[in-house]
Design a protein around this ligand. Structure first.
Ligand code: NAD
Length: 296
């Protein structure tokens, strides 16, 4: 059983913190939204009045915040650092750019604290079910120390490399996912335009070389699969706006490393247009509508 401070109790952080409580840890929580804190108190956590209070004297501090600027302003603030115990280990699960993760790690390391980036894959449903995949960047020792805690919130914990590597691996995955979703949508719509049944076409491609995760488990064409966002008016799942955020991070990373990412850039533009069409809060599989809308 560990003493854990958890900061950022939104769609992801709330259920993640609940799973730590269920696993028997002492969890002190803080969020700018009092209602989010209250929900965790009802689940058995202890309320804190500030991030400093949540982190004070803890074995682990975990953050699940919206973006890099929130992570940086918290961890590089003198008042926050001065409240940490010498042995406190810091785990940031937010999806942010690798450069900010490295900057925060360096700032904390100067004061003697360890840091890992541990972004997640699996979405809100995975956070609630405790089946997230954690993709960790940091030293082997820090990875080993954090793994048992992360395992209470997820079923896969990967060590991608040094600090920042977790973020890079996560956005490589999400860039590929966006490309696969757009490509799958395009192929399905072309089949429909030429008289094919999208379910039959999906079955054929699933046994052929076009097989991929979006086609098999998250089919973007309404009616092909039950229990996926496309069969629920694209509600639930992973929002277009969040995919756009990750594609922005991917493009920044490509710029820094001078990597050629033409497919990622195209996917970013498609998703941006889609968001500008008012689809930002729909599931990302709704990119299918970019192709189908011209036919209706
Ligand atoms: P969210 O907006 O629902 O939650 C963020 C929470 O952080 C909010 O409750 C907000 O009040 C709180 N917060 C912001 N600044 C704070 C501060 N200084 N101190 C304390 N609390 C603060 O976001 P989310 O969906 O939970 O996502 C969190 C992170 O996880 C993001 O980086 C996102 O990209 C990533 N992520 C989200 C999903 C998803 O499906 N939602 C999936 C994978 C990764």
């Amino acid at each position: 059983m560990a003493n854990i401070g958890f900061i950022g109790l939104g769609n992801m952080g709330g259920p993640m913190a609940q799973n730590l409580v269920k696993a028997g840890h002492n969890v002190s929580v803080f969020d700018l939204m009092p209602a989010a804190v209250q929900q965790l108190v009802e689940a058995g956590a202890e309320a804190s009045e500030s991030a400093e209070q949540a982190a004070s004297g803890k074995d682990f501090v975990i953050t699940m915040l919206p973006a890099g600027k929130h992570v940086e302003s918290l961890y590089l603030s003198e008042s926050f650092i001065s409240n940490l115990s010498e042995s406190t280990r810091i785990i940031d699960c937010s999806t942010i750019d690798a450069e900010t993760a490295k900057k925060v790690a360096a700032g904390l390391s100067d004061k003697g604290f360890s840091f890992i980036d541990a972004p997640v894959s699996g979405g809100v449903a995975g956070a609630a079910a405790g089946t997230l995949t954690f993709i960790v960047g940091g030293s082997a020792e820090n990875f080993e120390a954090a793994s048992p805690i992360l395992s209470n919130m997820g079923k896969n914990v990967f060590h991608a490399g040094d600090v920042g590597a977790g973020q890079v691996a996560k956005i490589c995955n999400n860039m590929l996912l966006s490309i696969l979703m757009a490509g799958t949508s395009e192929a399905l719509q072309m089949g429909i335009d030429n008289g094919l049944d999208p379910k039959v076409l999906s079955d054929i491609m699933l046994q052929s070389s076009g097989r991929n995760w979006t086609l098999e488990l998250y089919n973007p064409c309404p009616g092909v699969l039950d229990n996926v966002p496309s069969s629920n008016n694209y509600q639930g799942g992973f929002m277009v706006d969040l995919m756009l955020k990750d594609l922005g991070l991917a493009m920044d990373t490509a710029q820094t490393s001078k990597s050629a990412t033409p497919m990622g850039a195209l996917a970013q533009n498609l998703y941006r247009l889609h968001a500008q069409n008012g689809k930002g809060s729909n599931d990302f599989s709704s990119i299918f509508e970019m192709f189908s809308a011209t036919k209706s």
